[in-house]
Write a new protein. Sequence first.
Length: 133
Amino acid sequence: EDDAEANRLRSECIYRPASAAMAKKDYAAARDSIQNMRTLYPKAIQARGAGILLLDSVELISAREELKPIGPELEAARAARNELMEKPHYKKDPLYHEQNRKVFAMEQLYDSIATKVTFFEKKLVLDKEKLKQ
C-alpha cells in the first residue's frame, strides 16, 4: 500500500506539469509528461486513470485546434474552384483540375481530423465512465 501511495504522489508530480503544458497549448509536452508518468509509475492506478483522461483531452483539443484553420481554407478553395467552373469549357482548364485536386486533398484532411475529433470525444466519455466504476 505504501508503494502504491508513493507511486501515486510521484505520478501526480508529473500530472501537474502535463496539465500546465496543456493550458499553454503545448500538446507535445503534455503527451510526453503523461507517457513518462505511465512508464515510471505503472502501479499508480488512480493517477494513471487521471492521466488517461488528460491525454484524451490533450488529443481532443489538439485535433480541434488542427481542424480550426482548415474549414475556412477549404471553403475558400471550394469557392475558387466554383468560380473556375463558371467558365465555359472549364473541364479543359488545367487550373480547374489543379484547384479540384487541392479541394479533394483538403476535404480528405478535414474528414480525417474530424474523425479524430469524434473518436476522442467518444473515448473521453467512455474513459470517464470507466473511471467512475
